[in-house]
Design a protein around this ligand. Structure first.
Ligand SMILES: Cc1cc2nc3c(=O)[nH]c(=O)nc-3n(C[C@H](O)[C@H](O)[C@H](O)COP(=O)(O)OP(=O)(O)OC[C@H]3O[C@@H](n4cnc5c(N)ncnc54)[C@H](O)[C@@H]3O)c2cc1C
Length: 422
């Protein structure tokens, strides 16, 4: 035991998971002087962080569960082609999570959540731009603004609560009429005649390439990227002073462990008797190399909850929330529906040769991720559950953890994100 104490450096950290969150954490910790190993059985950025829409939406401070959520969701749940789908066989499994989701939609709780998200997303675009410069791809994070499209001004009324909440939290936006929309985005259909433009939002021009650039940079800075799957963690004891991390092919130890395994984090934490209500909201994309129409920024079809985003490699159409867990195969109908909606929003869109993808958004019922140290398990940190906004939230998650580990962070700011809130 004495031997282990000597062998493990106080500055050693194992990051579990090389998605956008784990990569950003590794980068910030390395900058702060820590010795980092990232463990992941897959290629960095190849899971949920691969196929997202890449939007950096710091203004998205409204949680998914807003007051009146049941009224709005009920109709969608009955329509199997709506953007929200829970297959019948999954209802029983999803019920406890959905109960918590609905319970978080009180006006008071929504205000607290928005405040926490505002804190987490502050300067997300500028901070991602700084990161992109540091890892040698400054062109890959851009301030484009984001345009939300509605059929008419009355339709915006349905989302008034969300827009008011954003306004109250300092998010800038302006309402556009049909001419205003066409001036910004001439390819948009006349069926969408009202819009809300958020000029301060941005985007990653290709999420997988961005993750790859961060992975390459941290490797060059001496971070070890280990292709292995973590099976079990064992807490540090006073005598050993080290966390034991058992992988399929190797055994590792370090003074600190950061759990950044996205949707898979809950399963690993369960072995430590930590129960986290993490649920996959399965999201889809269609990616078209040659869409035949051109757009300049992320566009959101508000009625269909569909994002259409210009990327280095073509156009990505993404969206849909499907429950169903980790083992159910992708549902081809979900990605087909994205194509139908996008073609309505962008007449002239060519979908030939589009590739389809599905990924697991790691979602907590209150729309807040789990970030920070784990009470009573010194050395263990959480950085997962970023749901629909993991690209956006990854950078400050990483900065907070790096500062927290060094004792240079107001730990009270972790409170809304604590694993102990469940
Ligand atoms: C369709 C869609 C669109 C989206 N659009 C946006 C958007 O526009 N903007 C935005 O901000 N967010 C968006 N998101 C959300 C965002 O993609 C996620 O929140 C984010 O990718 C989560 O990153 P992560 O690093 O936590 O998880 P992941 O990228 O899933 O990474 C987790 C990693 O952990 C690894 N792992 C799992 N088990 C183990 C184990 N036992 N041992 C070691 N490693 C393990 C996995 O292999 C994986 O690489 C979108 C998501 C989807 C699905």
């Amino acid at each position: 035991m004495e031997k282990a104490k000597q062998a493990v450096s106080e500055s050693s950290v194992i990051v579990i998971g090389a998605g956008i969150v784990g990569l950003c954490v590794a980068h910030e910790l390395r900058k702060a002087g820590y010795e980092i190993s990232i463990v992941d059985p897959e290629e960095p950025g190849s899971q949920c962080s691969y196929g997202n829409a890449g939007a950096i939406s710091a203004g998205s401070v409204a949680p998914l569960a807003m007051p009146g959520v049941m009224k709005n969701a009920a109709g969608m749940l009955l329509d199997t082609d709506s953007p929200l789908h829970v297959p019948w066989h999954y209802w029983l499994r999803a019920a406890p999570w959905l109960r918590r989701f609905v319970a978080s939609a009180t006006p008071e709780r929504v205000e607290q959540i928005a405040q926490a998200l505002q804190d987490l997303f502050a300067d997300a675009l500028a901070n991602h731009q700084a990161l992109a410069r540091e890892v040698g791809c400054p062109q890959r994070v851009v301030q484009t603004g984001q345009l939300h499209l509605y059929r008419d001004a009355a339709a915006i009324g349905k989302d008034t609560g969300g827009w008011r909440l954003r306004e109250g939290h300092g998010v800038r936006f302006e309402q556009l009429d049909a001419d205003g929309i066409r001036a910004l985005e001439p390819a948009v259909s006349n069926a969408y005649r009202a819009g809300i433009f958020m000029p301060e939002q941005g985007a990653v021009t290709e999420p997988f390439r961005y993750a790859g650039a961060i992975a390459q940079a941290v490797r060059q800075q001496g971070v070890k990227l280990i292709r292995d799957r973590v099976r079990r963690l064992q807490p540090s004891s006073e005598r050993s002073g080290a966390w034991q991390v058992e992988c399929e092919q190797s055994g590792l130890q370090a003074a600190h462990v950061v759990m950044a395994a996205g949707i898979w984090s809950a399963e690993l934490l369960r072995m430590l008797n930590l129960r986290v209500p993490l649920e996959s909201q399965r999201g889809y994309h269609l990616h078209v190399a040659d869409p035949g129409v051109s757009i300049s920024r992320p566009l959101v079809l508000a009625d269909r909850k569909v994002f259409m985003v210009p990327m280095e490699t073509g156009m990505r159409i993404s969206g849909t929330v499907e429950f169903g867990g980790l083992s159910m195969p992708p549902t081809p109908r979900r990605s087909e529906l994205l194509g139908v909606a996008a073609a309505e929003g962008l007449p002239g869109l060519r979908l030939e040769g589009a590739s389809a993808w599905m990924g697991h958004r790691p979602c907590l019922p209150d729309s807040l991720p789990v970030i920070g140290p784990v009470p009573k398990l010194p050395g263990l940190w959480c950085a997962f559950g970023h749901g629909h906004l993991g690209v956006t939230g990854s950078i400050n998650t990483a900065r907070w953890i790096a500062q927290g580990m060094r004792g240079r962070f107001d730990m009270a700011r972790f409170a809304p994100f604590s694993v102990a809130r469940f």
